[in-house]
Design a protein around this ligand. Sequence first.
Ligand SMILES: [Zn+2]
Length: 64
Amino acid sequence: MSKTTAANRVFTEPGYGWCHWHKGTSGTAVLINVVEQASGPGYRQYACAPCREQRGLVPYGTKR
Ligand SMILES: [Zn+2]
């Protein structure tokens, strides 16, 4: 008999589904910026579609 270990790793990325610009939940939020701090772990900024449109934000890694 073989023992199978189901690797059900659920990635609950903090910040995903959250818009940092209007500070609310969003289903269209994408990663905009990765902020690296000198001390402590950095954090990620997500923005939803309307906020990206209004503020001209582009997804992280996308060149203008
Ligand atoms: Zn937003």
